[in-house]
Design a protein around this ligand. Sequence first.
Ligand code: AMP
Ligand code: GLY
Length: 422
Amino acid sequence: MKVMVVGGGGREHAIIKKLKENKQITELYALPGNGGMANDATLVAIGAKELDKICDFAVENKIDFAVVAPDDPLVLGLVDRLNQVGIECFGPTKNAAIIEGSKKFSKDLMKKYGIPTAKYQSFTDLDKALSYLDEQQAPIVVKADGLALGKGVIIAQTIEEAKQAVVEMMQNGKFGDSGNTVVIEEFLEGPEVSVLAFTDGNIVVPMVSSMDHKRAKDGDQGLNTGGMGTIAPNPYYTQEIAKQCDKLIFKPTIEAMKKEGRTFKGCLYFGLMITKNGPKVIEYNCRFGDPETQVVLPLLKSDLLTIMQKTARGTLDYSDVEFSSDSACCVIMASNGYPESYQKGYVIEQNDNIDGEIYYAGAKLNQGKLLTDGGRVLGVTCTDKNLKSAIKKAYEQIDKVTFDKAYYRKDIGARALKALED
Ligand code: AMP
Ligand code: GLY
């Protein structure tokens, strides 16, 4: 069987490694993938947003199944395009991917169907947005409507700062068309939980919960990044909270999308905040999270290809998805300076006997050598019986991978461990 995975980061590497456990797969392609995955998949130099080329490649190479992992091609409608040329796909169609592609859409959906989320107003008119802010109190949150590489959310500590953010987005075009519409919403407080869920449009099967660490520096200081590490499961996601989420958030969201004529099939990511008034949705993503996938998939006991095929076909069953009761920790090794400026091109050395998985993100092959090629270079994931030992193991193993100017947070999972002790 020939399978292709669209995307090129650590998340895609984790998907590829998990898919490889299925021996029916004889050929596995990554478009474009990255040099660090070369032992696990055949790299094809086609970018994730080159829809025409991707479709041509799939047809010419008689691909049996495609996985579209990143947000951009999903929102652009790659799944629709591949389906049109007869390729079966894992991932939502364009009209369902809008749940991530437009924050106004997702907020309006939640309001219409009574799904708990922060109170909000959306604006297409700058003056109206500014005068609305005059009546609000800080802190307050300003969000660009469309995709903005994870940078379109501003937590403003003062109304003045919120106004500046609105002007940057609506007048100065900071995020291009993504900022033509803005959502201004209430600031919520509480621990955050990521829950990825498989859904075939009929049922929704949550995976093990996880916790991202978005800030660059220890103690959740510094700039926001694409994610500096993850742990799973997330101790704040108790059985009681899980029950509430299933009843008040997961099932209603799937039903709402169906009622809107936008049946969602694929992986739906629920970004949740556990507030003192219960769990609320911070954001939906129409895809696996990065680096959440790097801790969630290593704990999956079931066959990923089977789940993905059943998801695409609308025949998923709860019993298809089984997770280990172990814990996992992923520590991201980044180039020093990320998420601002950093140097690339350093040689990555890796000890052969690593007791864990390395998922490459920003790496490239050059004359047989693996070189750093991005801000987030790789992630080291370890699993173990409990969270404490998984974290300890991840930090022991990470020392077996080196490159010049490497930087990683030293406290991934520390807050989760403290929550377990409290
Ligand atoms: P997003 O890009 O939507 O994931 O938002 C980035 C981060 O901003 C989230 O992970 C939260 O930490 C924070 N955030 C987003 N919306 C809110 C809100 N309404 N209240 C507090 N924090 C928020
Ligand atoms: N880790 C956050 C995301 O994938 O959007």
